[in-house]
Write a protein that binds this ligand. Structure first.
Ligand code: HPA
Ligand code: ZN
Length: 344
């Protein structure tokens, strides 16, 4: 009989909150550092892993942006992206909407063309040979100015055919969504999908402001929405997706432990929540480990897992017909794995 972990591993799922730079495993970072003659703060992969002890979002971001120094050539961005895609495909991720942070590279003298060509080549390969569809979402760094955001946005327009959406990441504290109102208006005007991080280190009010100021169709994280019952009712009523990242939240001390995480409570409120890995090379797991750790700590049952997998496609930017195909596939999977054990 399949274990519950096997049931989770095998179910088709989408990943909607994944920073490609956050998939840079220490081994690849060290190898790229050597290949490019770039000196990194760690002598080896084990030393890097030891340093990945975070007290909050900012302490993580400092380490995460420093590691991008290893990424120089188009080949590096290809190697980074294909490694993630192979891992995701092995976990039955069938569709991925992938963030990238171009400002963290262009600020180091890497051209937009270099990074996007490398990423895109890997995405095309995954579409061809890994049975996976993908979309790219360009994130704007919110600790920088809106003017700098506009500068990268203009550069991105040349590559618009490869970019599905615009997102907003980095330090939420001190950088309210309002700061990027004009930029997101422009993004809407250009026909991009719009999403933004909110309610991770920020409050329920930050989620509300993000919806009001940026008119995003999805909130990344959003866990603090639960502090405002009126907001929760609205999010549930409008089925606005929230891309939750359980291991990230525990590692960045948004919750003291996985047992304190509010994922189950969010499901019970009827919110359109999904499970994602955020920055798997830093937080101890890819999407399956996020499902499994959350399921163990919060006693998620079979129906919760089926709901979360379905939500991941419903919350995606896939077409209606593609969503329906995946939902039917999940129903078929559930029906043919009815005897799966509820034990790990
Ligand atoms: N929050 C904000 N910015 C980020 C994150 C996150 O979880 N991961 C990578 N950049
Ligand atoms: Zn994130």
């Amino acid at each position: 009989m399949d274990s519950f972990a096997d049931f989770i591993a095998g179910i088709p799922k989408a990943e909607l909150h994944l920073h490609i730079e956050g998939t840079l495993e220490p081994e690849l970072m060290i190898a790229l550092g050597k290949r490019n003659g770039v000196s990194l703060p760690y002598p080896d992969a084990a030393a890097a892993r030891q340093a990945y002890n975070f007290s909050d979002l900012q302490s993580f971001l400092d380490i995460y942006y420093r590691a991008t120094a290893a990424l120089i050539t188009e080949e590096d961005f290809y190697d980074l992206t294909i490694a993630y895609l192979k891992k995701a495909a092995s976990q039955n991720v069938r569709h991925a909407e992938i963030f990238f942070d171009p400002q963290s590279h262009t600020s180091r003298g890497i051209t937009f063309e270099t990074l996007i060509r490398g990423i895109e080549r890997a995405l095309m390969e995954a579409n061809r040979s890994l049975n996976m569809s993908t979309k790219l979402i360009m994130c704007i760094l919110r600790h920088l100015s809106e003017k700098e955001g506009f500068e990268i946005f203009e550069k991105a327009l040349v590559w618009k055919h490869w970019i599905a959406g615009i997102g907003l990441d980095s330090s939420e504290r001190g950088n309210p969504a309002e700061k990027f109102r004009n930029l997101f208006e422009r993004a809407h005007h250009e026909g991009f999908l719009a999403v933004a991080h909110a309610g991770e280190e920020g409050s329920a009010a930050s989620v509300r402001q993000t919806l009001d100021a940026l008119h995003v169709t999805r909130i990344d994280h959003g866990v603090h929405c639960m502090d405002d019952a009126v907001l929760v009712a609205e999010l549930a009523e409008q089925q606005i997706p929230l891309t939750v990242c359980p291991l990230s939240n525990v590692r960045l001390k948004v919750f003291d432990s996985m047992r304190q995480h509010n994922l189950k409570a969010m499901l019970q409120k009827g919110l359109l929540v999904t499970v994602n890995s955020d920055d798997p090379a830093y937080f101890g797991g890819y999407v399956n480990e996020n499902y499994i750790e959350a399921a163990k700590a919060l006693q998620l049952d079979r129906n919760d897992i089926i709901q979360l997998a379905k939500n991941s496609f419903t919350a995606s930017s896939l077409s209606k017909i593609h969503k329906q195909l995946y939902l039917t596939e999940i129903d078929r999977y559930a029906a043919t794995h009815e005897s799966s054990s509820l034990h790990f």
